[in-house]
Write a protein of this length. Sequence first.
Lengths: 336, 336
Amino acid sequence: MVTIADVARHAGVSPSTVSYVLSGKRSISEQTRLRVEQSIAVLGYHPHAGARSLASSRANVIALVLPLRTDMHVPILMQFATSVVTGAREHDHDVLLLTNDEGPDGLRRVARSALVDAVIVMDIELNDSRVPVLRELGLPAVLIGFPADPAGLTCVDLDFVAAAARCVDHLADLGHREIAFIGPPSAVFARGTGFAQRTTSGFESAVARRGLRAAVRPCDPSHSAVRDTIKRLFDDHPGLTGLVVHNEAAVAPLLETLRGLGRHVPQNVSVIALCPEDLAAHVSPRLTCVPIPAEEIGRRAVELVMGKLDGAEGVPPATLVAPHLLPGESTAAPPA
Amino acid sequence: MVTIADVARHAGVSPSTVSYVLSGKRSISEQTRLRVEQSIAVLGYHPHAGARSLASSRANVIALVLPLRTDMHVPILMQFATSVVTGAREHDHDVLLLTNDEGPDGLRRVARSALVDAVIVMDIELNDSRVPVLRELGLPAVLIGFPADPAGLTCVDLDFVAAAARCVDHLADLGHREIAFIGPPSAVFARGTGFAQRTTSGFESAVARRGLRAAVRPCDPSHSAVRDTIKRLFDDHPGLTGLVVHNEAAVAPLLETLRGLGRHVPQNVSVIALCPEDLAAHVSPRLTCVPIPAEEIGRRAVELVMGKLDGAEGVPPATLVAPHLLPGESTAAPPA
DNA sequence: CAGGGATGTCGAAGCGCTTCGACTATCCAG
DNA sequence: CTGGATAGTCGAAGCGCTTCGACATCCCTG
């Protein structure tokens, strides 16, 4: 193994000088710096991560806690992971992958053993058992999602309120006057995944603002449940011309049901979904949607975490990523 | 931070004794061991990962290199990642997530800096640029997939030859006499992803063994390409009653094409796919398939890597995971 | 031309752990 | 009763790095 002493010898300087060249924490003459850098290149030197971590109490590693066993849409998870790894590397950090299997203990372990400097936790629930642990550990953390009490924590997520409003506005702008919201199964509300409430309230206030008539329905993703929900919806609201769907699993059954009922999309009814982009793209007709900007959220999470590690004071406790509408072929003006 | 010295003081022993309790590398009296273990629990001690790595030159971390930017089926990747993390934790190791963005340099970096003790590399191509680096580094490695020259390396993968044969046998057992193989686009062959060749040869030798008439066609995944391929196939082979598909992207277009041609599955033609289980489950009719056993491959990869880390001599250079057939609704006896 | 602030470099102390050799006590065979 | 294993514990030496204080230079100011 090539050590800093080898580099120092090769360059004719002391080890501390090499260290300062590497860290830039003290001024080094141009001449010396070049010589050291050349020796580093020639010898192929890489600082020993453990030694560095021990001496500096900075491991340059962050943990990413993924919910690997949930019903969450997998490609989205992967996008998060990718953007976090990429972002971390840009800040000269690596990423340790943790699953939820270990639960809070896993967090304790990696924190206490100084394996990681900070942690990014995904799939936060309203009453998440990991949140108290994060508070207890005092480990710099960024949550993707919002717990019930985010006090003292740093959270980032899509602005679901604005996202739902964006859907409503899109339909309203096209001329729709009566629309409905097809939400997640009521079980999801109960479980306490915060975004369910947030989209609903975003939908409702936007609807009020635009003066639309509207209905809100939670919906199980099973084919029959979707069929029932839709049928009843049109029975109750014959004038309905637009649907906002926030329920990944229900998208396909929903479209099939509409087809079965002879309601053409978008000629008779417009459909806009709050769902992953790839899902919207893989159905027919291609859905107009407000995608989950996984890549941006991941990047922001890394930036926030790096801000905290640098001791920056200005790290905002809550970051809401603005939604963007991705036009598809499933929305149009309502039938005259 | 709680250090080993704190534990030693609390238990009334020397730090080295605590270390030996932890590692079990020297015999310790029952009495002392219990006292130390209790102190560890009381103080909530976790050894400093960096210090341990420095002193023992074992980081207890393995790297997992994922191809985060390919056309690979994402849920499969996630299954790999999950099983690798879970498996590694069972051996008291953590997993560092690396993407292919950094390429061979990333491997060099984590190896030279002793950030990881070993590496699991996914999505190996026949002529993979990372393979020479692995040889050069002498880092214990397990490849998922086989390069052109696997000499001196440890590889694990699904036994694609046997998998293709399994498909042929299934159709032959049902009574089919004339079948075809719809393979990956010819570009994939050219790119040099080893499994393409292996399934083809597995298909061909099984067909010969069973005395079937057969055709082999590579196929681009576009709708039109699939349509053309299928049409020509049935023109050339009017007696065709079974299809073996090894092309994830072509599955949906293929089924749609058959529907369009009025060939019912499985009444007129049987279809069996070599594809991820979830893909087979999400089309209609549900496909009979030989799934990629991602979970098992990941687990085996971890076991192999741990074997190498323990210096075991008996680590087999090539591990072929046996295929299993998952019955669906897309295969039946051929029409009389 | 003395005094003082930059500027650039070095030496040494330690970060928390593992591990080797040394030491004591105990036990059994000769 | 002695000599030699064996079991159980300790002390100390590092592992490779960062960082603090010290020390030269050099240049500028009064």
